[in-house]
Design a protein around this ligand. Structure first.
Ligand SMILES: [Zn+2]
Length: 286
């Protein structure tokens, strides 16, 4: 249930969430502070539970920064979806936001405003597509990168009154993850660098002693924002997924062992928002 799920992340709520029912059965649920307004008779639906997760997160976790306050609440909805229906369902849920983010980035790039990259960074932006949808992806990517226990501890250590510098959150997460995240925050939070665009540059299978193959896969990122992205190798009778960090306008290589003949490589399972997903598959020639 949503209250238990949110408590696992943030402990006891700071304030009580009020659920008000709207008389109009077809009305869309919406939020106002810690009050959820939801259509009459739908308070048990999956959608109502998802909205409850959002509001309960607000009630338990406050930040004056919209990308943190709203981004975490939207991320928690995706995480709840994952717990209920699996990772693919969560990625599908986030996928509803992907086009909005990509379109907003395209529109911004078209404005050719020199200052736009800083103005529309997650720390400065007033665009909902960024501080809600893009921020949700940023939190999801951070969890994928550092792991859920480290992210939970970092959020538990967050105190809004101490959030004076934009890098405060970065340092909280780095302290738990023991990993440099400056490049990631630079590309996604402190600046608006647009989105990555991954393609599989090459995949070379080599037979190994004792049977099977090792496949060296090089992923190229044609975009100006770096990310750590899942790479899946499909083979006869199965698949293996590993993660590879690919900086902006750069390449990253990962080696995956395949007990049977490797067939296809797919970069990005949808967890990293991308400007172009039409070039993410690569067929391995026999
Ligand atoms: Zn909200």
């Amino acid at each position: 249930m949503p209250p238990t799920f949110v408590k696992e992340w943030f402990g006891q709520p700071r304030e009580k969430v009020q659920l008000l029912e709207l008389a109009d059965r077809d009305a869309a649920p919406f939020e106002s502070g810690s009050i959820v307004l939801t259509p009459l008779g739908k308070s048990d639906s999956a959608l109502a539970r998802l909205n409850a997760v959002h509001q309960l997160t607000h009630a338990a976790f406050y930040s004056p920064r919209p990308w943190i306050y709203e981004g975490v609440a939207h991320f928690m909805q995706a995480a709840y979806k994952e717990q209920d229906n699996g990772r693919q369902a969560a990625l599908d849920f986030m996928g509803l936001h992907r086009t909005a983010v990509a379109d907003a980035e395209t529109a911004l790039a078209a404005e050719h405003n020199q200052d736009a990259a800083a103005d529309e960074s997650l720390i400065n932006t007033s665009r909902e597509e960024f501080y809600r949808s893009k921020a949700m992806y940023v939190w999801w990517m951070l969890r994928d990168m550092v792991g859920e226990p480290a992210l939970k501890k970092a959020l538990a250590a967050y105190h809004p009154e101490q959030d004076k510098e934009p890098s405060y959150m970065q340092h909280l997460i780095e302290a738990q993850a023991r990993r440099d995240l400056e490049w990631f925050f630079d590309d996604w939070v402190y600046r608006d660098r647009g989105l990555p665009d991954f393609r599989v540059q090459s995949a070379y299978p080599r037979p190994i002693v004792g049977g099977g193959f090792v496949v060296a896969i090089t992923v190229e990122n044609l975009g100006s924002a770096g990310a750590e992205v899942p790479v899946t190798l499909r083979m006869e009778g199965g698949e293996v997924t590993k993660r590879v960090q690919v900086r902006a306008n750069s390449t990253g290589t990962v080696r995956i062992e395949a007990p049977s003949a490797p067939q296809e490589v797919i970069v990005n399972d949808g967890s990293v928002p991308e400007s172009n997903t039409s070039n993410n598959r690569f067929t391995i020639q026999k």
